[in-house]
Design a protein around this ligand. Structure first.
Ligand code: NAD
Length: 352
C-alpha cells in the first residue's frame, strides 16, 4: 500500500528532541518522498511554557489529522514540581489514550563493532536482532487496584490482572504482521502455567496464528524468557507479550544492546497509525551542546516508513546508512566516540 499523501505530525518536544529531530528530518527530506506532508506541533515542557499544557488541543488536532506521529522526547526537570497532569511526560500518555495506541514495538539489534557496548559477552551479543511487541493498554497496570484493610486489620494491596480476548487478538495481529516482515518467527511470552489470564492469552494467540500459516509460532514462560534473553538472545526474532512482562523484558533487551542512542520504538494503533520515537528521554544534561546522537531518532523515521507507509525499501535504506556510518566509526559520545549531532546526521546522509 502506498498512499498519495503521507501526513506526518512532527512533535520534537524538549531537551535534545529538537536537535535530533532536525537530523531525522534532513534524512527524510533527502529521500524525496512524493506526497509527504509534515506538520509540526508543540508537546511536553515546550508546549506547557507556550500554551499552559503538555498536550494542547491544537497539537492533538494535528495528531488526529495525520497518518502518524514522529516524536522526539519530552521531559524537563524544572517542571517536575507541576501537578502530575501538567508534567511534560503526560503528552505521551495523552497521545496514547487519545489515539488509541496499544502495541509498543521495540527492535533491539547489536551493530557490528558495537558488541562491547552490551553487558553480554560479545559472541552472544553479536547475534541480537529481535523485536518485542508489547501490549500497552491493558493487563495488571490498568486493572482494578487499591490498598484495602482486611477484617483482621491488616492492609492488603491488590491489582487485578485481566485481558479480554479482543485486546489479545489485536496485538496478536500486529505481532504476526510484524513477524511476516521479519524472519517469520514469533515467540509468545506468558505465564500460562500459573495465570489464567495467560492461559486465555495463549489460546487467542494460537487461534490468531491460523491466519498466518507462514509464521512459526512458539511459546515461552516469562521466567525462562528472561534467562534466554541473556543466555541466547540470537534465538529470538519477533516476541509478543503482555504489558507487564513486556515492560520488563523490553528494558532487559535494551541493556543487552547497550547503546541507548541507537534504540527506536513505535506504539501502534489498530491499522497503520503509529507514534515513533527514540526510547531515550530528553537528556537535559547534554541539551543544546550539539552532541546528542540522532541515530535513534533517524531509526524511528525508518520504522515510521515501514509500519505506517509500507515503504520497506526506504526504511532499509535509512537503516543501512546508519549501519554503514557506525561501521565506518562515526560514533557519538554515548558510544565512546567524538562525533556531534550534525556530523552524525551528515554521515548518515552521505551513506543513504
Ligand atoms: P535520558 O534517556 O534522557 O538520559 C539518560 C542518559 O543517556 C543521559 O546521560 C543522557 O545524556 C544520555 N542520552 C540519552 N539519549 C542520548 C542521545 N541520543 N545521545 C547521547 N546521549 C544520550 O533519561 P533521564 O535523564 O532519566 O531523563 C531525562 C528526562 O527525559 C526526564 O524528564 C524523563 O522523564 C524524560 N524521559 C522521556 C522519555 C520520552 O520522551 N519517551 C523517555 C525517558 C525519559
Amino acid at each position: 500500500m502506498t498512499r498519495n499523501t503521507m501526513k506526518v505530525a512532527v512533535f520534537a518536544g524538549d531537551g535534545i528532541g529538537p536537535e535530533i529531530m532536525a537530523e531525522a528530518l534532513r534524512v527524510l527530506d533527502a529521500l524525496n518522498l512524493q506526497g509527504l506532508e509534515l506538520t509540526e506541533g508543540l508537546v511536553g515542557g515546550a508546549a506547557y511554557r507556550a500554551k499552559g499544557h503538555p498536550l494542547p488541543p491544537e497539537t492533538l488536532e494535528i495528531a488526529k489529522a495525520s497518518d502518524c506521529i514522529l516524536f522526539g522526547s519530552v521531559g524537563d526537570f524544572s517542571l517536575d514540581n507541576l501537578e502530575r497532569p501538567l508534567r511534560p511526560e503526560q503528552a505521551i500518555l495523552g497521545l496514547r489514550k487519545e489515539m488509541k495506541l496499544f502495541a509498543n514495538m521495540r527492535p533491539a539489534k547489536v551493530y557490528k563493532g558495537l558488541e562491547h557496548m552490551s553487558s553480554l559477552k560479545p559472541e552472544v551479543a553479536e547475534k541480537i536482532d529481535l523485536l518485542i511487541v508489547r501490549e500497552a493498554n491493558g493487563d495488571v497496570y490498568f486493572g482494578n487496584k487499591g490498598i484495602r484493610v482486611l477484617p483482621d486489620g491488616r492492609r492488603q494491596g491488590f491489582d487485578d490482572m485481566s485481558y479480554a480476548e479482543d485486546e489479545v487478538r489485536r496485538v496478536a495481529h500486529t505481532a504476526f504482521r510484524t513477524a511476516m516482515g521479519r524472519r517469520k518467527k514469533l515467540c509468545s511470552i506468558d505465564k500460562a502455567n500459573v495465570l489464567d489470564t495467560s492461559q486465555l492469552w495463549r489460546e487467542v494467540i494460537i487461534e490468531t496464528s491460523k491466519e498466518y500459516p507462514d509464521v512459526e509460532l512458539s511459546h515461552m514462560y516469562v521466567d525462562n524468557a528472561a534467562m534466554q534473553l541473556v543466555k541466547d538472545p540470537g534465538q529470538f526474532d519477533t516476541i509478543v507479550t503482555g504489558n507487564m512482562f513486556g515492560d520488563i523484558l523490553s528494558d532487559q533487551a535494551s541493556m543487552c544492546v547497550g547503546s541507548i542512542g541507537l534504540l527506536a520504538s513505535a506504539t501502534m494503533a489498530e491499522g497503520t497509525y503509529g507514534l515513533y520515537e527514540p526510547i531515550h528521554g530528553s537528556a537535559p544534561d547534554i541539551a543544546g551542546k550539539g552532541i546528542a546522537n540522532p541515530m535513534a531518532q533517524i531509526l524511528s523515521t525508518a520504522m515510521m516508513l515501514r509500519h505506517s507507509f509500507a515503504l520497506e525499501a526506504e526504511a532499509k535504506r535509512i537503516e543501512a546508512a546508519v549501519e554503514k556510518a557506525l561501521a565506518d566509526g562515526v560514533m557519538g559520545g554515548d558510544l565512546g566516540g567524538k562525533a556531534g549531532t550534525r556530523e552524525i546526521g551528515d554521515a548518515v546522509l552521505a551513506r543513504l
